[in-house]
Design a protein around this ligand. Structure first.
Ligand SMILES: NC(=O)c1ccc[n+]([C@@H]2O[C@H](COP(=O)([O-])OP(=O)(O)OC[C@H]3O[C@@H](n4cnc5c(N)ncnc54)[C@H](OP(=O)(O)O)[C@@H]3O)[C@@H](O)[C@H]2O)c1
Length: 312
């Protein structure tokens, strides 16, 4: 059992946060989830509690803070108001967390902030790592504002790690479930030209990365959280179709994607970036799911089990 083991998580009710909590509880951490809806107890674990405000939390014994909360990017069309909400939802909670950390007599050892590989903007075939430059666009604007806000704690005695998350693949959340129905109907295929790069990561590896960033005293700064084998979108569709034993050559023209989803399609589906996890690899991190076939095989098996359980 760890002695200094309290972790504050924002976004703990979400897809990644939910997996993270299960993983960290198993490793002896006690979790406090800051949530807008505040259930009193966690259905499964006594080591997890939910709060709706930072006021009144104990002032000592915090090992780490993980800040993931924010308005989902795919919730509605990216109007000017929705884009403002996507940014503001992240900045306001980050600002509250920062203020709370500044008031603690002893800061947490480590502060892990969310971000995304959208920080790099749109690229073609260039290989990107943590030292690469960015290109302008809404995704960069959002991620950069979020990272900048987290880094305002640079003068506090606390390790800051920024996680540039790739497309996180899971059986029960993230973008994979939405891809499954068309793929099962044989309607998967290239979106637009299909050559755009999708840098993905299995959710189990994602939470293992967070654990490494918590535990490794030398881990600091920006980390790309992506598997070492990014693929083009058409390769992704082909691999998914192969796993499902379904055809995957039905193209979705770019203009249709834009018509259906607006600017979100332009930023997230039709463009991408070929990102490599250079710092994770040099920290000695090893991926359980380093290639897409093995990740999808595992997740489709999990998805099948989830469906069988629900049918019981
Ligand atoms: N999943 C991915 O592939 C991926 C990739 C790159 C980056 N990310 C980023 O990583 C973070 C976690 O991802 P996720 O997939 O776990 O997200 P998620 O399932 O959408 O969960 C996000 C959490 O943020 C909180 N939230 C939602 N809307 C909010 C709002 N308007 N204001 C304040 N809080 C709000 C919610 O917590 P409460 O309801 O409890 O308050 C929710 O549990 C997100 O910021 C996401 O943008 C995710």
């Amino acid at each position: 059992m760890k002695t200094l083991n309290n972790i504050l998580i924002t976004g703990g009710t979400g897809f990644i946060g939910g997996h993270l909590i299960e993983h960290l509880v198993d490793r002896g951490y006690r979790i406090t989830v800051l949530s807008r809806s505040s259930p009193i107890t966690h259905a499964k674990h006594t080591q997890v509690c939910f709060v709706s405000s930072l006021d009144g939390l104990p002032e000592t014994n915090w090992y780490g803070v993980i800040n993931l909360a924010g308005e989902p990017l795919d919730k509605s069309r990216w109007t000017a108001n929705q884009k403002a909400l996507i940014i503001e939802s992240r900045l306001s909670i980050t600002s509250r967390v920062n203020d709370w950390i500044r008031k603690l007599p002893v800061p947490p050892k480590v502060y892990i902030s969310g971000s995304a590989i959208g920080w790099y903007g749109h690229w073609d075939n260039e290989c990107l790592d943590e030292e690469s430059a960015h290109r302008e666009g809404f995704s960069h604007q959002l991620c950069n504002a979020w990272e900048t806000q987290a880094n305002q704690l640079a003068d506090v005695d606390c390790r800051i790690c920024t996680t540039r998350l790739g497309i996180v693949l899971g059986a029960n959340g993230g973008s994979l479930p939405a891809m499954l129905l068309p793929a099962k109907l044989g309607l998967g295929g290239p979106i637009g030209h299909g050559d755009q790069w999708w840098s993905w990561i299995h959710v189990n590896d994602t939470v293992r990365c967070f654990e490494m960033l918590l535990d490794n005293d030398l881990a600091e700064g920006v980390f790309n959280l992506t598997a070492p084998t990014p693929v083009t979108q058409s390769e992704f569709a082909k691999t998914l179709g192969h796993q499902l034993k379904r055809p995957s050559f039905m193209p979705l023209p770019g203009f249709m994607a834009k018509l259906m989803l607006g600017e979100f399609a332009e930023e997230v589906l039709l463009n991408g970036q070929r990102v490599f996890p250079k710092k994770l690899m040099s920290s000695g991190f090893t991926f359980d799911y380093a290639n897409l076939s093995s990740a999808l095989q595992d997740l489709l098996c999990q998805s099948q089990k989830l469906r069988s359980r629900l049918a019981l």
